[in-house]
Design a protein around this ligand. Structure first.
Ligand code: ADP
Ligand code: MG
Length: 322
């Protein structure tokens, strides 16, 4: 058996709560007109990392409530370790109210949530010291307590640990400080093409708005030169694929055409595949292929943690690994 890596996803675990008619795959949460879709980028990332054969752990916090129990229930059959989840005695499990203006979703990320109170426990520190990779974003750093926990824990990983900052900017919950501090810790940065000019502007760097590969590559190179610990920048471009940039090479992938169900979680699947193959020493072309195959598959499925038939998993792995 191949070596199993320990991969951590730290941050928000939450329920998107939507009108029932918009989401046939949701589970009843409360009331009869809404359903819940479990998510939170770090949790989505961990489930995908687990599906790729790693020991993937969700480091988050739920409330002592029905939504928290339902979250654990839903994660139970999935290959992500929930045994390190913290339970907050006072604050509720995270939830996001999703309303629609036509087909355009609008999000209200309720605050405070249990995941705003991530506690730097001894158990988490011991796990981080053994981790091969840790992935974090900006949303869960909206509270001072979780921000300190995420940054301290990430700083305590070993020198060889891959530290992935998947920015996932969610207005109004980000700031120049959070982005700056996170980039100082990260070895890998993942962002989408829309986030590139936003991130550069937050850092006070000149930002070109044009989301074409050449511009994105130049922006990535600027970030690599600003942040000495960064080794790779991955810019995803939705249906147009992605660009991976390191200090001495870069690679562009056009993406795979898929019939989209919804794109929730596509970026998280991309990040998980990128992490998995980077830990295995893959080259940029293979990592890009893997990220786009898994990102494309996730976009073809409803929700962020869809069922994955074994035949599909084997087929995608074979296509990537040749
Ligand atoms: N409409 C789509 N068609 C095909 N692949 C997609 C589509 N949307 C996303 N993907 C895949 O998922 C990856 C991440 O999607 P993207 O939307 O760029 O990131 P994020 O979810 O972080 O905003 C893309 O690089 C691509 O591989
Ligand atoms: Mg994203």
């Amino acid at each position: 058996m191949k070596e199993q890596h320990l991969i951590l996803g730290i941050g928000e675990l939450l329920w998107d709560v939507l009108p029932k008619e918009m989401c046939p795959g949701g589970v009843p949460v409360d009331g009869s007109s809404t359903v819940g879709l479990l998510g939170g980028a770090p949790a989505n990332f961990a489930v995908m990392a687990g599906r790729l054969g790693n020991h993937a752990v969700i480091l988050s916090r739920i409330g002592r409530d029905g939504m928290g129990r339902k979250a654990v229930e839903q994660l139970d059959p999935l290959p992500a370790d929930t045994s390190y989840l913290q339970v907050d005695p006072a604050h509720p499990t995270g939830r996001v109210t999703v309303t629609f203006k036509g087909t355009q979703p609008e999000y209200e990320i309720h605050q405070p949530a249990a995941w705003d109170f991530l506690d730097l426990s001894g158990e988490w520190v011991q796990l981080a010291e053994r981790a091969n990779a840790i992935c974090f974003g900006s949303l869960a750093q909206r509270s001072l307590e979780s921000r300190k926990t995420i940054q301290t824990l990430t700083a305590q990983t070993s020198a060889s640990c891959m530290r992935v900052f998947d920015v996932n900017l969610r207005a109004p919950f980000f700031s120049s400080e959070v982005v700056q501090e996170s980039l100082e810790l990260a070895t890998v940065l993942k962002l989408n093409d829309a986030e590139v000019p936003q991130l550069l502007a937050l850092l006070g760097l000149p930002a070109d708005q044009d989301p074409v590969p050449d511009t994105l590559r130049l922006s990535a190179e600027r970030l690599l030169s600003e942040f000495p610990t960064l080794e790779m920048v991955a810019v995803t471009r939705g249906s147009h694929g992605s660009v991976l940039v390191t200090r001495d090479e870069w690679h562009e992938h056009p993406g795979f055409p898929v019939k989209v169900a919804d794109t929730i979680g596509a970026g998280d699947a991309f990040t998980a595949a990128l992490t998995h193959y980077l830990l295995r020493g893959a080259d940029l072309a293979s990592m890009n292929e893997a990220g786009n195959r898994w990102g494309g598959w996730l976009a073809s499925q409803p929700g962020a943690m869809p069922p994955l038939p074994e035949s599909v998993r084997v087929g995608i792995a074979a296509a990537i690994e040749g």
